[in-house]
Ligand binder design. Structure first.
Ligand code: C5P
Length: 206
């Protein structure tokens, strides 16, 4: 059983993926963390983000069991991740790791931008989770403030829109809804309602 979840930043897909994995007894991989981990390593070593060969080398040595969102949550890390995510050879390497994770028993929930379209096109269930940019910016702002970080709604919104634009317009594996993905628009939903809706979709598809 593989559940593929895609969608833009702050759509709620990460929380849904984690909760669905716990609910159905599956493993979970937040694939955004794989891009963030490579970006963080490049930044830490002061290496150029465009150096594909080095990025691939770092990707080869990633340990998927030690991916911690708290350590990789910095704004600059997300920004750098979305910049290196356009490098085809890097994506190829990360997709290889992600597929190996997905295939191991008992199955997995993967969330990201290209899971239903590229990483796991044969997934048993595909969800495309989205919400209006303003709703996503509101959630992201509240989340940052609750973590004691500085956050300003207008700049968070600008930022999300810029990231969406970059993720949707790149030539390799752009963010888009797979033809056979179920659309879950969480604009008017709280997380509990969205989770119930996702469980219903997965249960019906099993
Ligand atoms: O989801 P998160 O914000 O952690 O992802 C960081 C960046 O990594 C995204 O903006 C996107 O450019 C890239 N990414 C990707 N493909 C994935 C997951 C993330 O291109 N499957």
């Amino acid at each position: 059983m593989i559940i593929a979840i895609d969608g833009p930043a702050a759509s709620g897909k990460g929380t849904l993926a984690r909760r669905l994995a716990a609910h159905f007894g599956l493993r979970h991989l937040d694939t955004g963390l794989t891009y963030r981990a490579v970006a963080a390593a490049l930044l830490a070593q002061g290496l150029p983000l465009g150096d594909e060969a080095i990025a691939v080398e770092i990707a080869r040595r990633l340990d998927l069991s030690h991916m911690d969102r708290a350590l990789l949550s910095a704004h600059e890390t997300g920004e750098a991740a979305s910049r290196i995510a356009v490098l085809p050879a890097l994506r190829e390497e990360l997709v290889r790791l992600q597929r190996a994770f997905a295939k191991a028993p008992p199955g997995a929930v993967l969330d990201g931008r290209d899971i239903g379209t590229v990483v796991c096109p044969d997934a048993g269930v595909k969800l495309y989770v989205t919400a209006a940019p303003e709703a996503r910016a509101k959630r992201r702002t509240a989340e940052m403030l609750s973590q004691g970080k500085e956050a300003d709604f207008a700049s968070v919104l600008e930022d999300l829109k810029r990231r969406d634009e970059r993720d949707q317009s790149r030539t390799v594996a752009p963010l888009r809804q797979a033809a056979d993905a179920h659309l879950l628009d969480t604009t008017e939903m709280d997380i509990e309602t969205a989770f119930r809706a996702a469980v219903d979709i997965v249960t019906a598809a099993r």
